[in-house]
Design a protein around this ligand. Structure first.
Ligand code: PLP
Length: 395
């Protein structure tokens, strides 16, 4: 059995997205900036994609700016609000310690450029307390950035409440919704965020395509110098095929979201229940307030990377945390932010289900993880010490 359980890392492109993009890689290859018919056909396709994406999100087409993905959208959102804040004499930014590195690294850079950054604490399940945000906002705060859904533990933040606090205090609110778009209901009319980042490859679109939503009345600032594409806000010839495929993928996700979400939630809960029977393991994140397909456990006495290799041998593609951290044996910064001990933050297993997951696959994964954990513990001197009573268990 081969099971792909790493959908938070990337998803398989949908047939609809592939079919939608092929003509724009083949005969419809024009440059949207060209005035003749071939160019204008590409331009029309790009604008239709923008309209379709806006319609799914309850936004206006002019509020959607195409980017190369989530990383660029996050960078552009933060850099734009920071530059605009600085011009108004405001140089304080609020975010959280468990954001994606696309946000955290940009914040580090802004800090070195003179901005003050407050990282809000999160509770044990990864939730930001709205009160903590309210008290962190200062007179000179120009931006708050809190992710909609965490990429490691799937925690869904109360973004509408957080956005509301920011609106009342006159502070720009950005949310990295890369893991949420296509998977949970997001309506910009209700959400109240000023900016939102998304990435196509997380919802069955192609890699290298994404967008930044920017509410009417605000303008993103260009990160790149060059042509006047995207109304002068994002230089560079547009990825027409990518945008068209992204729109097709998002439309399809929106059509099936409710049914997919119900089914995935039931499978996720079955997986959580099965893995909970493994002793000295713990679910990371809130049991219910998380993405429909996300399960994340830490197992005491187990190295995440070793667990992944054993699972791969059993046909399961999984992750030890975020893909960007893979290969480095660093403990997950997300799990450390929740207060997990470094050993547990290194022994995490993230299983993220795709819409085609089945109950049989879930049961197979439960057995495979249980066997792999037992095997690794049998070879772990630290685990043997705990079993013999010479050292204390963490959990
Ligand atoms: N933000 C979050 C929450 C993510 O999960 C990711 C990708 O893993 C990104 C940003 C970066 O997106 P991209 O891969 O499109 O650059």
């Amino acid at each position: 059995m081969r099971i792909y359980a790493d959908n938070a890392s990337t998803t398989k492109m949908s047939r609809a997205a592939i079919d939608a993009m092929l003509p724009y890689l083949a005969e419809q290859f024009g440059n949207p900036s060209s005035p003749y018919a071939l160019g204008q056909a590409a331009k029309n396709a790009l604008e239709t994609a923008r309209e379709d994406i806006a319609a799914v999100l309850g936004a206006a087409p002019r509020e959607i700016y195409f980017t190369s993905g989530g990383t660029e959208a996050d960078n552009q959102a933060l850099r734009s609000a920071a530059a605009q804040g600085k011009r108004a004499g405001k140089t304080h930014i609020v975010s959280t310690a468990f954001e994606h590195h696309a946000v955290l690294r940009t914040l580090e850079a802004l800090r070195s450029e003179g901005f003050a950054v407050t990282l809000l604490p999160v509770d044990e399940t990864g939730l930001v307390e709205p009160e903590a945000l309210a008290s962190a906002i200062r007179e000179d705060t120009c931006l708050v950035s809190v992710m909609a859904a965490n990429n490691e533990i799937g925690t869904l933040q109360p973004v509408d409440e957080l956005a509301d606090i920011c609106r009342r205090r006159g502070v720009v609110f950005h949310t990295d919704a890369v893991q949420a778009v296509g998977h949970v209901e997001l309506d910009m009319r209700a959400l109240g965020a000023d900016m939102l980042s998304a990435s196509a490859h997380k919802f069955h679109g192609p890699k290298g395509a994404g967008f930044l939503y920017v509410r009417k009345g605000r303008m993103p600032e260009s990160l790149l110098l060059g042509g006047a594409q995207e109304r002068g806000r994002r230089a560079g010839t547009e990825n027409v095929a990518g945008a068209v495929a992204m729109a097709a993928a998002l439309r399809e996700c929106a059509e099936h979201r409710e049914a997919d979400s119900r089914r995935l939630t039931a499978l996720r809960d079955r997986l959580t229940e099965g893995l909970s029977s493994i002793p000295h393991g713990i679910l990371n994140g809130d049991a219910q307030r998380r993405l429909p397909g996300n399960v994340n456990f830490s197992f005491e006495g187990v190295e995440g990377e070793a667990l992944l290799l054993l699972l791969d041998e059993k046909g399961i593609s999984a992750s030890a945390g975020s893909a960007c951290a893979a290969g480095s044996l660093q403990p997950s910064h997300v799990l450390l932010a929740l207060g997990r001990a470094p050993e547990l933050a290194r022994g995490a297993l993230r299983l993220t289900l795709g819409e085609d997951a089945t109950a049989q696959e879930i049961d197979y994964m439960i057995r495979a993880v249980r066997d792999a954990v037992e095997t690794l513990r049998a070879h772990s001197p630290a685990w043997q010490e705990r079993m013999s009573g010479r050292a204390a268990f963490l959990l």
